[in-house]
Design a protein around this ligand. Structure first.
Ligand SMILES: [Zn+2]
Ligand SMILES: [Zn+2]
Length: 361
């Protein structure tokens, strides 16, 4: 089968690989749609450390082809949405209702048994984040999949696997934004637009979109932003002015850059919350003076995978989609064949799509 494999830093290609059948507790999926996400690019360029060679792809949906021994919650023919974090059910975090932090297996490019099912010429190929689904087929832990209604478009379901769950979840799960809140969102790309629609769904009264691109902020308005800023002027001053000098209740950093995080912190009100969604570089640091947190009673919170319990949240997001409250179709601005993955990554780097999605034949 064909798969998009990163062979080493900054080098990847669409190649033919071999795939073994699922072992106990695993599922083979015929992929139907795979989102092209910045995290895939971060594996290629080393921002997210990974062993090589590795099959990319972590946001997707498909059809169960085969199940391994002991798998009972899905069967061949089921349509499934894939979570790139398993829900093992037995680790400390799963038992404490925080499965997005599941530590049931090491994040080392393998499945739970320390091997993968993908190989080429006798060499093991690792899989990104337990799944590696930028491929025609994938064998993944059964604790990474949930069956979905067969009427749901695979592209929409794919987006729920990463960008939607991260963005909307940052608002309704991580921050738990209350109706009537004021919100600022720094970064209006694919995930940022989901933060904006999450804030709209949560009933925020003021949603301020912040980006260096006026075009992206205009797009943000169509997803629920009530205000945009002038990209050439001081963001913090403008946000203060829009909130009567108080600052916003919640500010979201969807960029992952120290200077933006500092702006987020500055534009929140006293006792307000900054939520860090964007993943920055390991060597980038932000600084705060040692008195500011107690004096301002502010909170800084990290958001990983939208604080999701995917077994509950994926169906909820798909219900919101079917009810017309969550816009997913409009986020998919371009589709690609698997063979055109290099073009998809080029477009991702240029920022031309809200979301590019690989559609499998
Ligand atoms: Zn992603
Ligand atoms: Zn677990």
């Amino acid at each position: 089968m064909k798969a998009v494999v990163a062979n080493k830093l900054n080098e990847y290609a669409v190649v033919n690989v071999d795939l073994d059948p699922p072992k106990a507790g695993e599922v083979m999926i015929k992929m139907k749609a795979t989102g092209v996400c910045h995290s895939d690019l971060s594996v290629i360029n080393g921002t997210i450390p990974s062993p090589f060679p590795v099959v990319l792809g972590h946001e997707g949906a498909g059809i169960v082809e085969q199940v391994g021994e002991g798998v009972t919650h899905v069967k061949p023919g089921d349509h499934v949405c894939i979570s790139f974090i398993p829900n093992c059910g037995t680790c400390y975090f799963c038992e404490h209702q925080e499965p997005y932090l599941c530590s049931g297996a090491k994040q080392d490019g393998n499945l739970f048994d320390g091997t993968t099912r993908v190989h080429k010429d006798g060499q093991r190929i690792f899989v990104m984040s337990f799944v590696g689904i930028m491929a025609e087929y994938a064998v993944v832990p059964s604790s990474c999949v949930i069956a979905i209604d067969k009427s749901i478009d695979f592209k929409a379901a794919a987006l729920v696997g990463c960008g939607v769950t991260t963005g909307v979840g940052a608002v309704i799960r991580t921050a738990q934004v209350e109706p009537g809140s004021t919100v600022a969102v720094f970064g209006c790309g694919g995930v940022g637009l989901n933060v904006i629609q999450g804030a709209r769904i949560a009933g925020a009264k003021q949603i301020i979109a912040v980006d260096l691109s006026a075009e992206k902020m205009e797009m943000a308005k169509t997803f629920g932003a009530t205000h945009v800023v002038d990209p050439k002027a001081d963001f913090v001053k403008q946000i203060q002015a829009l909130t009567n000098g108080i600052g916003v209740d919640y500010a979201f950093d969807v960029v992952g850059y120290s200077k933006v995080i500092e702006q987020c912190f500055k534009c929140t009100r006293r006792n307000g919350t900054s939520v860090l969604v964007g993943v920055g570089r390991l060597d980038d640091r932000f600084s705060l003076n040692a008195a500011i947190l107690p004096f301002t009673a502010k909170t800084i919170k990290g958001c990983f995978y939208g604080s999701a319990n995917f077994k509950v949240d994926f169906p909820m997001y798909l219900d919101l989609y079917r009810a017309g409250k969550l816009e997913l179709d409009r986020l998919v601005t371009k589709t690609y064949d698997l063979a055109d993955a290099p073009q998809a990554f080029e477009d991702l780097e240029k920022g031309v799509n809200m979301r590019g999605v690989i559609v499998h034949g």
